[in-house]
Write a protein that binds this ligand. Structure first.
Ligand code: ZN
Length: 155
């Protein structure tokens, strides 16, 4: 599975998932890839931003670009159930794409910040005091409640 950063002739940026680079080329050649914003088929690749953990991208992703966003849905408020599902999905994404460093979070965040450790996403626990110290050093961290269900293997 390949993820490409794409943009259309009007500069709308979006992301497409393809089975392979060849599949991408073929779909572009046949104008099958459309901008989700303006529906333009004049789409090109933009240089990819650094991305974590691509090899663990979920297999269940569709091979077509995940780029169809019907305008009607963007204005509707999501329901509670949808919000919960989004939250769980976001939490699962975090769990999949971060390394659990537990109590060592503050120390590890600092090492990454000062380039003493490989740059990567980490998660763990901190005290309010540790977070304040990290913020003082200009190290951005954020808190996200991880539901227990997100730690369970995907089925
Ligand atoms: Zn567009």
């Amino acid at each position: 599975m390949k993820v490409f950063d794409l943009s259309c002739e009007r500069g709308h940026a979006f992301e497409g998932w393809f089975a392979s680079a060849e599949a991408f080329d073929e779909q572009i050649a046949r104008s099958l890839v459309h901008c989700p914003v303006c529906e333009s088929a004049k789409v090109r690749r933009t240089p990819s931003a650094p991305r974590l953990n691509l090899s663990n991208a979920p297999e269940a992703r569709p091979s077509q670009p995940v780029a169809k966003a019907p305008g009607a849905q963007t204005t509707a408020m999501p329901t509670d159930t949808q919000l919960r599902a989004l939250w769980l999905e976001a939490a699962r994404h975090l769990v999949r794409n971060t390394e659990d460093v537990g109590e060592r979070f503050a120390e590890e965040a600092r090492r990454i910040h000062y380039q003493e450790a490989p740059e990567r996403g980490i998660r763990g626990v901190t005290t309010a005091e540790q977070r304040a110290e990290l913020a003082d050093e200009g190290i951005d961290v954020f808190s996200f409640p991880i539901p227990a269900a997100a730690e369970e293997p995907l089925q």
